[in-house]
Structure formats: structure tokens, C-alpha cells
Design a protein around this ligand. Structure first.
Ligand code: PRP
Length: 213
């Protein structure tokens, strides 16, 4: 697996990601295939996003002898931005089954392209936890910016943002407004169009994942 690190972004490169992104981009992909491809990429992104978790060591007895074992030494909180972020959060829970899950509900106003908040529920312990905010699409960055600002107001200090496809405009917004938050993404696309959709992108991830097109 290759990854390209810029100061605030890690672009994950993997043959499975290239194949699955193509499935996701294809307008003729069924809802079932879209879901499976998104979940496969999510596992690779999740694996990468968790790489910096601290460990604590302890002694463990194998059937042969005692040796050093490890456990993760930081609480993990996963925060999907509703709705589309839900498609990414299970992958993180596979690796960290006891992670708490918060929710931030945001919908982009189709006319103004501004995010509208409609729900939030953040678990306790957000101050010390590694907080992983997930949303497949980073377009203008308005939704991610709002979600990250909201979580910081709740006290979050160790934030990562995970997206499937990012627009340069969204990455730039996060770099300016949240230079402390590292983004892990599977693709950096060309640009936004006049409707603030990512080009070439994959359309509306939430609608395609939930079959509401
Ligand atoms: C999409 C996407 C992001 C947001 C990205 O959600 O999943 O949350 O738009 O755009 P931005 O970077 O310009 O804010 P949408 O509003 O379509 O809601 P949904 O997840 O319920 O489909």
C-alpha cells in the first residue's frame, strides 16, 4: 500500500481502492455493489487512520511462555456526518469494537451549498479520545468544517477526518481552518462544478448508498 503524505493530508493508494473507486464512480453501479465497494475502501482507510494510536504494554501468558502484549491506550470515538458518513463508520468499529459513536447531522442546502445542522449527539470523553470524523465526500468543506468546529467546542483535541473523495477546495478550507486536523482520503479529484459537486466525483454518496436517488 502506498500513501502520499502532504502536511495535512494522506492520500492512500491501493489497487483495491482504484478498482472500487471506479465502481463507485460508475453511474450504472447498483446500490448493492455501491455499498460493498464503499465498505471495502472504508476498511483500508480505517486501517490507515488508526495507525497512530498509542499502545500500552502488559505481560501475557502464551501456551508456551510469558511475553509482552499490547493494547490500545486511547479511547476512540467515531463521528459519522449523517447520512453518508454512516457507510464508513462500521469499518472503524471492526477494528475498535468498543469505540463510542457520536453523530452529527448535516445536510447541504442545495441552493446556497451551505451545511444545515439538524442533529448532534456526542458521547462523553471527547476531550481525551481520538475522534475520527467520517464522511465520504469533502466538497466545499463546509460540512466538515462545521462538524470539526462543533467537536472542538465540545472539547475534542485529537481529531482526524476521513473521506473517500476530496475536492481541492475542501482540502484547502480544512488546511486553513483546521490545520491541526489530518485528513485521510482515497482520492483528490479535480474541482467542484457550479453546483458544488465534486468533478468527476461519484454524485451524491448518501443518495447512492441509501438508494434514495
Ligand atoms: C454531502 C456529503 C457531505 C457534504 C459535502 O452530504 O456526504 O456531508 O454533502 O459537501 P460540502 O463539503 O460542500 O459540505 P449531503 O448534504 O448530500 O447529505 P446526505 O449525506 O444526507 O446525503
Amino acid at each position: 500500500m502506498a500513501s502520499e503524505d502532504y502536511d495535512h493530508v494522506t492520500l492512500i493508494e491501493h489497487p483495491v481502492i482504484h478498482r472500487d473507486l471506479t465502481i463507485l464512480r460508475d453511474v450504472n453501479t447498483s446500490t448493492a455493489d455501491f455499498r460493498m465497494a464503499l465498505k471495502r475502501i472504508a476498511v483500508i482507510l480505517a486501517y490507515h487512520a488508526l495507525k497512530e494510536l498509542p499502545l500500552k504494554s502488559f505481560r501475557v501468558q502464551t501456551p508456551i511462555e510469558e511475553t509482552t502484549g499490547y493494547d490500545i491506550d486511547q479511547e476512540v470515538i467515531v463521528v459519522p456526518i449523517l447520512r453518508a458518513g454512516l457507510g464508513l463508520s462500521d469499518a472503524l468499529l471492526q477494528f475498535i469494537p468498543d469505540a463510542k459513536v457520536g453523530h452529527v447531522g448535516m445536510e447541504r442546502d442545495e441552493r446556497t451549498h451551505q451545511p444545515v445542522d439538524y442533529y448532534s449527539n456526542i458521547p462523553e470523553g471527547v476531550e481525551e479520545a481520538m475522534v475520527l470524523v467520517v464522511d465520504p465526500m469533502l466538497a466545499t468543506g463546509g460540512s466538515a468544517d462545521d462538524a470539526l468546529s462543533f467537536l472542538k467546542k465540545q472539547g475534542a483535541q485529537h481529531l482526524r477526518f476521513i473521506s473517500l473523495i476530496s475536492a481541492p477546495e475542501g482540502l484547502e478550507k480544512l488546511r486553513q481552518k483546521h490545520p491541526d486536523v489530518h485528513t485521510i482520503t482515497a482520492a483528490v479529484d479535480e474541482k467542484l462544478n457550479d453546483d458544488a459537486f465534486i468533478v468527476p466525483g461519484l454524485g451524491d454518496a448518501g443518495d447512492r448508498y441509501f438508494g434514495t436517488t
